[in-house]
Design a protein. Structure first.
Ligand code: HEC
Length: 109
């Protein structure tokens, strides 16, 4: 009797967990996925510590605050040094929110 009750209860909890968990999983886009979707990896490397050219910066080991600011400055044309024009040409439509998600992920590497 007690066993059966426990089983029903755990099934209910499982169903509840799935219902609550599912939309979150669909909505949450993680930084690693965005990094690929927004083609950052084509220059900064599949591993952000290994850019495709020595003149391109390694993106790991930095704080998210610094990374986010640089991304926005390059997109908005405030940072125009070095090869930033190459990046500006392809990140024009990346939003602040997407940059934030990517920079948070990069700062963990
Ligand atoms: C076409 C190649 C290219 C693409 C695509 C690209 N970048 Fe860059 N990125 C660069 C280059 C080159 C620089 C260095 C600019 C310079 O010389 O000052 C740079 C600089 C940066 C910096 C500043 C690093 C530092 O140490 O100051 C960040 C952060 C960055 N990129 C993030 C991204 C993200 C995120 C994406 C994708 C949304 C992206 N980049 C896409 C080429 C690219």
């Amino acid at each position: 009797m007690g066993d059966r009750h426990d089983r029903v209860l755990s099934r209910m909890l499982l169903a509840l967990g799935l219902t609550i968990g599912a939309p979150a999983a669909v909505l949450a886009v993680d930084g690693e996925t965005l990094y690929k979707q927004k083609i950052c990896h084509t220059c900064h490397g599949d591993r952000p510590s290994e850019p495709i050219l020595p003149l391109y910066p390694k993106l790991s080991g930095q704080s998210s605050e610094y990374l986010l600011q640089q991304m926005k400055d390059i997109r908005d044309g405030k940072r125009t040094n070095g090869l930033s024009a190459a990046m500006k040409a392809v990140v024009g439509s990346v939003t602040d929110e997407e940059f934030e998600i990517i920079s948070n992920w990069l700062s963990t590497l």
